[in-house]
Design a protein around this ligand. Structure first.
Ligand code: CP3
Length: 366
């Protein structure tokens, strides 16, 4: 790992560091903004690039990932880029078959059914070999960004990945995966631990490849209650942050970590003390109360309802202004409370970004 890091990659100098400063709670000239799923089907150029191509084949092409990552930045002055990839590349690296089925979403033809199935998984994954294509995409994209904005790497969190591996796809109840928590707690912990080890290596590899911040997506926190969250999600989220930080420190590196536990508002206090610099929020949390509950310990990211982008531009501007007043301009990164939807109007995304920049500059100059 260290050898990897010492390799000079001659990355271009960063020109806009507002996002990285905000992650650390430092002063910025404006509030930085980016959108989850900013590279996505709401952009006609994205649909054109992806047309007729298999989703995971696209993920395995560094050139395609680079192009898709850069597309939204050509349109909007986002303050960060997020590498085009998917959280499900980890189950694939563990030997599971995952397909992206049009109109259905991610599908595992052979999901995990019972604890015995864990034996079918590759527990010692050679991350540098199996996920090398993601690292190549990150290095290429970091160069092609030309220092315009920082590049964010990401991973799914252990619990969220476990839900996909057991459900075999999207689910409203996550009842098959939750059945494991109640019926097979030991096997659940075994799987979560296995995933945690791979995730740590995967994130370190992303930093070595050029990622300048890392976001951990616990997208399925909402189906857990506080008790199950304490046992099956939080300890692993903490472990990931602690291990990644310790190893980076040994290499003299310090990369901000973001945790986004969707619908996990019950865990906000805990999440703010889990070694992440930034806590991402969905739209179900009030900005002021989120500030109070996290006690200024972390920066916050979010949390406009993505559906607010269906509103007329003037209304978007008002909503953004309120959101900025609620969070304050320091230690804050504007974003949506979840990803953009395919039917959203790119013009309104532009209006959102502009509203964040304009209102925050105004508030900062008062
Ligand atoms: O722009 C970005 O945000 C970066 C790229 C990104 C993708 N997936 C690309 C993608 C990121 C960060 C993800 C993470 C991801 N993938 C999550 C966590 C975030 C969240 O939404 O909670 C999850 C749960 C997944 C699994 C997954 N992949 C789902 C549920 C879907 C949607 C399926 C559908 O048909 O809508 C995907 C596919 C996917 N990943 C798309 C994109 C742009 C759309 C499909 C396509 O491009 O053909």
């Amino acid at each position: 790992f260290c050898d990897h890091l010492l390799l000079p990659k001659d990355f271009p100098k960063l020109k806009n560091d507002a996002f990285l400063l905000a992650c650390r709670g430092q002063e910025t000239p404006h509030v930085p903004v980016w959108c989850m799923r900013q590279a996505g089907r709401y952009l006609p150029e994205f649909r054109e690039s992806r047309a007729g191509k298999d989703f995971f084949a696209t993920c395995r092409s560094p050139a395609a990932c680079c192009e898709l990552t850069l597309q939204p930045l050509r349109r909007f002055p986002f303050d960060a880029a997020i590498i085009f990839s998917d959280i499900l590349v980890i189950p694939q690296a563990m030997g599971m078959d995952v397909q992206m089925v049009a109109g259905k979403g991610p599908t595992f033809p052979e999901p995990l059914k019972e604890p015995e199935d864990l034996l079918l998984l590759q527990s010692k994954v050679d991350v540098n070999k199996e996920l090398d294509y993601v690292f190549k995409a990150i290095t290429l994209t970091r160069h092609k960004l030309e220092g315009k904005v920082p590049l964010i790497g990401f991973t799914g969190a252990p619990w969220t990945l476990m839900t996909y591996m057991i459900e075999g796809g999207g689910s409203t109840t996550q009842s098959k995966a939750k059945r494991w928590l109640y019926r097979h707690p030991e096997a659940s912990h075994q799987l979560l631990k296995m995933l945690t080890d791979i995730i740590v290596e995967y994130l370190l590899g992303q930093v070595a490849a050029g990622a300048q911040a890392l976001q951990v997506f616990e997208s399925h926190a909402g189906c857990l209650g506080p008790v199950e969250f304490q046992e099956f999600s939080l300890p692993y989220l903490r472990d990931i942050a602690r291990k990644v930080k310790d190893q980076l420190k040994e290499s003299g590196l310090d990369v901000p970590l973001i945790v986004f536990a969707k619908d996990g508002h019950y865990g906000l206090e805990d999440l703010s003390q889990s070694h992440y610099e930034v806590v991402g929020l969905d739209w179900t949390v009030d900005p002021r109360s989120a500030r109070e509950r996290t006690g200024g310990k972390v920066s916050l990211q979010g949390n406009m309802d993505p559906c607010a982008l269906y509103a007329p531009k003037e209304r978007i501007s008002e909503i953004v202004k309120k959101m900025l007043e609620g969070f304050g301009t320091r230690g804050y990164i504007a974003n949506l409370g979840h990803g953009l939807y395919p039917d959203m109007d790119p013009e309104n995304v532009g209006a959102f970004v502009e509203a964040v920049h304009t209102h925050s500059r105004h508030l900062l100059n008062l």
